[in-house]
Design a binder for this molecule. Structure first.
Ligand code: ADP
Ligand code: MG
Length: 316
């Protein structure tokens, strides 16, 4: 069976009455990086808790690696790992000691523990920090230590709940570089939750968008973006009707909206080039807007405190 995850009309209603999952259908292939993207409260954590066999559904079915989450929880747990949203390592002991405890807890045989720990640390780039206490780590390093702990059992699926929450952009980048290294070395499926659109866009092979307990759309990032409405060129002018008359010969979807003429087109950059083609011979014009991450990195990134939750600048 090729599915890493499969759900059928999966439903979870909490005791208070909240329906966190509502007949959710989803399939995730093995070997993929899958992003479950959705706003707070959409049901992401609930789904992940069911898939990792921590809570039971109230209705419907869920299978992980072909096994039923309700009947084969033990077998599933031996083949997956989970990093929760909340911190899951001990601060008062060293990174190495955390890894050793995990390897004992999860029954890694004594003779291969050292190798498993070394491999996980090399993938997560933690070698330098191993003998320091975890509470001295930056937010990004703590996340990587948690992932190293999760890798100790060599899982086939790694479930990550909002892995970069509270991390600044440079820490996020380091974390994803480590996960990409993991994928180069091992055949592992990564299933992660996020509410950051750019993260889903940059790092996943496949995205499922979840809202109020249902998957609303599913596909590869590029495919999903292609499906949304056509791009718009908006020209504000005092004489929108005049402008529309002139633009009608160039574009097939031109409308007046208030003080603006709006051109809807598959490719806004080419559309702009066509417009400017009247005065210059451009083939295409690129319009690039910096993302908020770019801005943050440029103006605040180097001054960011290494503690992820606290985003104040040092000189503030
Ligand atoms: N243990 C719980 N008891 C009752 N309601 C819960 C519980 N956990 C989550 N919920 C509710 O279920 C919905 C989905 O929550 P959650 O799965 O945590 O969403 P997300 O991870 O996408 O933010 C929310 O309305 C939340 O308040
Ligand atoms: Mg959550």
């Amino acid at each position: 069976m090729n599915c890493a995850v499969k759900t059928e009309r999966l439903t979870k209603q909490y005791a208070g009455g909240t329906k966190a999952l509502d007949s959710l259908d989803l399939e995730v292939d093995r070997g993929e990086v899958f992003a479950l993207l959705g706003p707070n409260g959409a049901g992401k954590t609930t789904l992940m808790r069911i898939l990792t066999t921590q809570i039971a559904p109230t209705d419907g079915k869920a299978y992980v690696l072909g096994m039923d989450v309700e009947r084969e929880g033990g077998r599933i747990r031996r083949r997956i790992s989970y990093v929760p949203q909340e911190t899951s390592v001990w601060g008062d002991i060293t990174g190495y000691e955390n890894l050793l405890i995990y390897s004992k807890l999860y029954g890694v045989p004594r003779e291969i523990r050292a190798k498993r720990i070394a491999d996980a640390c090399s993938i997560m780039d933690l070698e330098e920090a191993l003998n320091r206490r975890a509470k001295e780590y930056s937010g990004g390093m703590i996340r990587r230590l948690e992932m190293a702990c999760a890798l100790i059992t060599e899982p086939e699926i790694l479930f990550l709940d909002e892995p970069t929450l509270g991390l600044d952009p440079s820490m996020r980048k380091n974390m994803w570089t480590a996960l990409e290294r993991l994928r180069e070395e091992r055949d592992v499926t990564i299933f992660f939750n996020t509410h950051y659109m750019d993260e889903a866009d940059l790092y996943s092979d496949e995205i499922g968008i979840i809202n109020t307990g249902r998957i609303v759309v599913r596909g590869q990032p590029e495919e999903l973006k292609d499906r949304v409405e056509r791009e718009r060129i908006i020209i504000r002018t005092r004489e929108p009707e005049d402008a529309r008359t002139r633009l009608n010969s160039l574009f097939d979807d031109v409308s007046v909206e208030g003080n603006s003429v709006v051109i809807r087109t598959e490719n806004g950059e080419r559309g702009l080039a066509e417009l400017l083609g009247k005065i210059t011979d451009a083939d295409s014009i690129a319009l690039e807007k910096p993302t908020l991450d770019d801005v943050f990195m440029k103006y605040a990134g180097v001054r960011m405190r290494e503690n992820g939750e606290n985003r104040r600048r040092k000189h503030d």
